[in-house]
Structures are given as structure tokens and as C-alpha cells.
Design a protein around this ligand. Structure first.
Ligand code: WT7
Length: 651
């Protein structure tokens, strides 16, 4: 049984920034009373400005908010160069390879590499301020170095997760109109080499006329194709570059990066983040939520292809002058003790991972943590999806030895950094609960009209005031920015940011996230758009109609389940064969992360008379729940029991 409230050991967990809930409430009311003054203070203290800003927040053209206008700064300077005076020889990045090889980049070494890379981008590839650079990289230091090199010269990077297919990569390159792609031959996973460069080659076979060059880092040394005049060896070119590079002065609102993410409709959206607001909040949350101390070693297991990797492997930790671990491998190789062994070896103080990884490690080796010295740990974090109580309990007891704070951090690609999260050393923790909005963040659970939802009832999780690290636009699509985030909820008659998540507040004001209110599926903490998966499945010749929904999954949280209507009525000669074909297409169109766990071949989908698919019914069926929805509005209500029978036969 879990208790209601947990208070971590105060001898172990403290918070230098916010020492208790008293201070938390004080900060939050200060932010409410003088919102701009609150942010102005932090922006002045935390950022090393090249030129001070004139305005804190410009709300003259909602929802296109501007923060710290008039100010100039550079994120690579903020993350690397400004630390050289005091942390020259402190480890900035500790890289551990899949095979256990490791590399330590001190702040000086990082600055040296970033400058050389920035000069290479500028001199060899003509990259200028505002140009887009796609990074299709494994988890190696050159990924972080390339991100910072872009920031140094004012180029806008767009990191594409290495698990995405050539098609998906091509779409993102095209949408961003990238001039340069930086990649690697490949890397190592579970003791074996895997390849990335061939995927880039394939992506560039069609369209992508914007791309002038591909810069290839050597990591696994495998044979790759070299396209003359297009492909260049990073490791060769870098040698002749100067290690001195002026930081480009950037306006506060200049875009820092794009990161594509899925919604329930349409193609992935290029979430656009701005320079000053993003780096400010990345640094502040890093310090607040992880109780960061100067001598700490911090490890976030995410991939740089996701926002967590951006904010909490690269930008947040480095802006805060921390030591951040970058790990190429997987948590289960060579065995289920890999993470715990690394925690022991490096004496990790903060460990940040996804519930999926916790469930997997629990299942594969519940007793493994006990074999290692984990006493260095103070803060354990989770992110990306709701954590279930059994996983929370194991994490708290077996990994944290009931001493550590567990920070269940709620946020999104669009929010840039943490929004709702416990503060170690301050917040009394409720298991599997994101607890309170961070100071300065006006997160509220409301109905469409902005009324707070009653205690214990589900509402929409909205951020009712703009915040510095918020999304600025959907790249090249202002209408989509407005309709995706500011269309559903209002407060005092004005549109407010709606996250797409539902949540509940209890008597004590604790916020519990109840999950997406739209059709987005959360697979292993990654957002999968139903429309994208469906579009891929429709490319199969035999498919007439399809609807995908999330199905609860023991490890992944949710898996993808597809209801498929085939064109011919003959039934499926070989269901397994057809499923394989369909998954083959998904792998080609999106990547292995979007593969369906299961499919049901059904004669039709439950559609309203106007042709809208009733997904809620399909979700209920796959969960084995009783159908409570009114089916009388369906074109053919009898389809529901038919589908139920087909699905039940499968299990
Ligand atoms: C969606 C955002 C934030 C970085 C990783 C995912 C879900 C995120 C939590 C949490 C419950 C969570 C939400 C959110 N989510 N954190 N602590 N508890 N759900 O980023 O791909 O932008 O996905 O992840 O549904 O909307 P993302």
C-alpha cells in the first residue's frame, strides 16, 4: 500500500533555491502580484546579456507573445563560454558509449569543440544566422556540440530523432527548408553497430533541394556511401578550423530551434522556440527541480531527438554549469543493471527517466538496484507519461531507498521546460502526482470558459498567462499555432494556452494529470499522432479505412492498436501476413516507434451519419470497457457488437 504523502529525508534532499512550501507560496504570490517584475528579476540575474532588454513581456499581438524585447544574448555563451572563468576544468559532458567507452568534455574542451564546429558550419557550409540545420544524430557528444555550434552562430537547429524513417526525415527537412544535414555513419546499440547515414541518403533521394551538404561524424566506422560534392567528413574538416569563434549576438525573440512533434491531426508541427525565454526557463527549472549543487553529476536518459534531451541533457544543465551525462546505449544492455552500475560509477546525484524505462527495469530486474551503491542519489525524476503507483513505489523504495525526492515533472515540447512539478526539499509528494505549478507558471485546471473545475473533477490543463519558454509559433504556419493551442479554452473571454491534457485538482491544490483529451497516443512517453499512423496505414493497397487508438500496455504505457477495414470483403486470407505488410509500411513512413502492437480487421468503423469516426467507442472496446456512449447516432449501431466480438476473439 502507498501512503498519501511522502516527505523525503531532509538530511539528503534540500533545495537551495526554494527552501520550503512557505517560500514556494510566497514566490507564487509575488509572481501573481507582479508578473513582469517576477520575470524581470530572474532574467537579469540568470542571463549574461550582451545588451539589456527594454520590455519584459509584450502582449500587444496575442498569442504571439514576446519576451525580453530589445535584449541581446547568445545561448552558447550562456551555456559554455561564460563558465570558463570559474569552471574551465569542470566536466560539462560525460559521455558513456554503449560498450562502456567514455569521454569527458570539460567546459574548456566543449567550448573548443563548439567553436571549431561553429566555424566549420560557417566557413565550409556557408551557414548564417537564421539558416536551418537538421541534426540526425546518435547520442554522441557531437550532437550536443552541433546544437551549441548552431546557437553560437545563430543558426536554427532541428534535431530529428534517429528512430525516424527516411520519409519522416525528408518531411522535416523539407518543412524547415534546411541547408545542411549533420549526421553520423551510425552508432552502437546493444553491442552492435546501427546505421544512420543510409537513412539520410534515402531521405535526400527525393525533394530536399534545399540541402547543399551533409556533414558526417564518424562514430561506428562502418562502410557508408559518399556522395561527391554533397557529403563531407566532419572529423576531417574540423581539423583545420579555428577554435576562436565570436558568439553571434541574438535578439531575445530570434528562434533558437525547431522541434517537430505530433498532434492528432495533420502532419507533425515544427514547434518553434525563442532564444532568451527558453534558456532562462531551462536554467531556472534545472536549478529548482533537480536541487542542483555545484559538485553534482546529473543524468537524464532521454534522447536528444526529443525535447527532454534538448532542455534537460544539453541546454538546462549547461546553462546551469552542471555536469551532464550523455549515454549512447540502452538501459538493459549488457544487463538490467546498466543504469544502477552507472549511478554507482559516476556517483550520480539526479537521475531523470521515463516511466516506461522504470517499468521495464522493474520487470527485468526488480532486485538489481540492491546490488549497487545508489547512495549518491538525491532526486529521481520522471517525465513523459503518467507513472503508475507500482512503478512509483519501486522507484521510491528500491532505487531511492525512501530517501530521495521523486519529481514527477509535467510539461511538453511546446512548454520548453517543466510546468507542474514537485520541488525537492519543499513539496510533500503524492505518488504519481505532478503536484503544483512551478513559481511563475499559471497552470490551472478549468473548463472551456475558464471556470476552475470542482475538486476531484476532470478539467482542461491550461496555462493562463504566457511564460518565457513557451512555443512561439508552428514553423511557417501561424494559423495552425493559433488553432492548435489557443482554440479550445478561454479565460475572462480571452483565449488561453490549452495543453491537450486533462487534469484534476484535489482539496490541497495538488494537480494530477489524467492524460490527453485528444486522439494523441502516448507510446513510451512519446507522442504519436493518430492521423500520421493512419495516413501510413492507408498507403497499403488493401486498406479501405482505418482508425488507430491507444491500448494500455504493461511497459509502454500505451501501445498502438489499429482497426482496419479492407477493400475486399473476402476476409483476410492471412491476417498475420497483412499485419506484417502494414507494419512494414509504418516503419518506412514513420519509423519503428510507430509500429502497431495489434490490429483488428473489421467490416466497418463506427461512424456518425456525418461520417465522423467515433473513436471513443473504439477506445472503450480495446480496453474491454462497457460501451457507455450513445450509439444511436451511428449510421449503423449494429457495427459495435460486431467489432466487439472480433476484438474479444483476439484476446
Ligand atoms: C505530453 C507531452 C515533456 C517531455 C516528454 C514528452 C505527457 C508529459 C507527463 C507527466 C503525465 C505527462 C502529456 C503531455 N506527459 N509529462 N509527468 N505525467 N503525462 O513531451 O512529446 O511533447 O509530450 O506528454 O500528455 O501533453 P511531448
Amino acid at each position: 500500500m502507498l501512503k498519501e504523502i511522502y516527505q523525503p529525508n531532509p538530511d539528503i534532499v534540500s533545495n537551495a533555491a526554494i527552501r520550503g512550501m512557505g517560500e514556494y507560496w510566497e514566490l507564487q504570490s509575488r509572481a501573481k502580484a507582479d508578473y513582469e517584475g517576477f520575470w524581470e528579476g530572474y532574467a537579469n540575474r540568470k542571463i549574461e546579456w550582451f545588451k539589456p532588454f527594454d520590455t519584459v513581456l509584450d502582449e500587444s499581438n496575442p498569442p504571439f507573445y514576446k519576451w525580453f524585447s530589445g535584449g541581446q544574448l547568445n545561448v552558447a555563451h550562456q551555456c559554455v563560454d561564460r563558465h570558463l572563468a570559474t569552471k574551465k576544468n569542470k566536466a560539462a559532458i560525460i559521455f558513456e558509449g554503449d560498450n562502456g567507452d567514455y569521454q569527458i568534455l570539460t567546459y574548456r574542451r566543449l567550448s573548443y569543440e563548439v567553436n571549431k564546429t561553429a566555424n566549420m558550419f560557417k566557413n565550409m557550409f556557408g551557414i548564417k544566422k537564421g539558416d536551418r540545420v537538421v541534426l540526425y544524430m546518435p547520442m554522441i557528444p557531437e550532437a550536443a556540440i552541433s546544437m551549441l555550434a548552431c546557437a553560437k552562430i545563430g543558426a536554427i537547429h532541428s534535431v530529428v530523432f534517429g528512430g525516424f524513417s527516411a520519409e519522416a526525415l525528408r518531411d522535416r527537412i523539407e518543412d524547415a527548408q534546411a541547408k545542411l544535414v549533420v549526421t553520423a555513419d551510425g552508432a552502437f546499440r546493444k553491442g552492435k553497430p546501427y546505421m544512420l547515414k543510409p537513412v539520410v541518403d534515402k531521405a535526400l533521394e527525393a525533394r530536399c533541394e534545399c540541402v547543399n551538404a551533409v556533414c558526417v561524424v564518424e562514430r561506428n566506422g562502418e562502410e557508408i556511401h559518399w556522395e561527391p560534392g554533397r557529403d563531407y567528413a566532419y572529423n576531417e574538416l574540423i581539423k583545420s578550423q579555428s577554435h576562436v569563434c565570436e558568439a553571434e549576438p541574438m535578439e531575445s525573440e530570434d528562434p533558437l530551434f525547431l522541434l517537430y512533434t505530433s498532434g492528432s491531426t495533420g502532419k507533425p508541427k515544427g514547434v518553434q522556440h525563442a532564444t532568451a525565454g527558453y534558456i532562462l526557463w531551462a536554467q531556472m527549472t534545472m536549478e529548482w527541480v533537480f536541487d542542483l549543487k555545484d559538485n553534482d553529476t546529473y543524468w537524464c536518459t532521454a534522447d536528444v531527438g526529443w525535447i527532454t534531451g534538448h532542455t534537460y541533457i544539453v541546454y538546462g544543465p549547461l546553462a546551469a554549469g552542471a555536469t551532464t551525462i550523455m549515454f549512447e546505449g540502452v538501459p538493459t544492455y549488457p544487463d538490467a543493471g546498466r543504469c544502477w552500475r552507472m549511478i554507482e560509477e559516476y556517483q550520480i546525484n539526479q537521475f531523470y527517466t521515463a516511466p516506461t524505462a522504470i517499468r521495464l527495469l522493474h520487470k527485468m530486474g526488480a532486485d538489481e538496484p540492491a546490488k549497487y551503491d545508489l547512495s549518491s542519489l538525491r532526486v529521481l525524476g520522471t517525465v513523459g507519461e503518467p507513472i503508475d503507483p507500482p512503478a512509483w513505489k519501486w522507484y521510491y523504495e528500491e532505487v531511492g531507498h525512501e530517501n530521495c525526492a521523486i519529481v514527477d515533472t509535467w510539461w511538453q515540447t511546446e512548454t520548453g521546460g517543466h510546468m507542474v512539478s514537485p520541488l525537492p526539499g519543499a513539496t510533500a509528494i503524492k505518488p504519481a502526482c505532478a503536484t503544483f505549478p512551478l513559481p511563475g507558471i499559471m497552470a490551472e485546471v478549468i473548463d472551456e470558459e475558464g471556470n476552475p473545475t470542482p475538486v476531484g473533477e476532470k478539467g482542461f490543463l491550461c496555462i493562463t498567462k504566457p511564460w518565457p519558454s513557451m512555443i512561439r509559433n508552428v514553423w511557417g504556419d501561424e494559423d495552425r499555432y493559433i488553432s492548435s493551442y489557443f482554440g479550445d479554452c478561454k479565460k475572462e473571454g480571452k483565449p488561453v494556452y490549452f495543453s491537450g491534457d486533462g487534469a484534476m485538482v484535489d482539496e490541497g491544490g495538488y494537480i494530477t494529470i489524467t492524460g490527453r483529451t485528444d486522439d494523441v497516443i502516448n507510446v513510451s512517453g512519446h507522442r504519436m499522432g493518430t492521423a500520421e499512423v493512419e495516413a501510413a496505414i492507408k498507403k497499403h493497397d488493401g486498406v479501405a479505412a482505418v482508425a488507430v487508438v491507444g491500448k494500455p500496455h504493461e511497459i509502454k504505457g500505451e501501445g498502438i492498436f489499429a482497426y482496419i477495414v479492407l477493400k475486399s470483403d473476402d476476409g483476410v486470407a492471412d491476417e498475420l501476413e497483412t499485419m506484417k505488410e502494414i507494419n512494414g509500411i509504418i516503419k518506412q513512413e514513420i519509423g519503428a516507434i510507430a509500429l502497431c502492437d495489434d490490429m483488428a480487421f473489421v467490416p466497418d468503423l463506427p461512424k456518425t451519419r456525418s461520417g465522423k469516426i467515433m473513436r471513443r467507442i473504439l477506445r472503450s472496446i480495446v480496453k474491454g470497457e462497457a460501451i457507455t456512449q450513445d450509439t444511436s447516432t451511428l449510421e449503423d449501431p449494429s457495427i459495435v457488437p460486431t467489432i466487439e466480438e472480433i476484438v474479444n476473439r483476439k484476446v
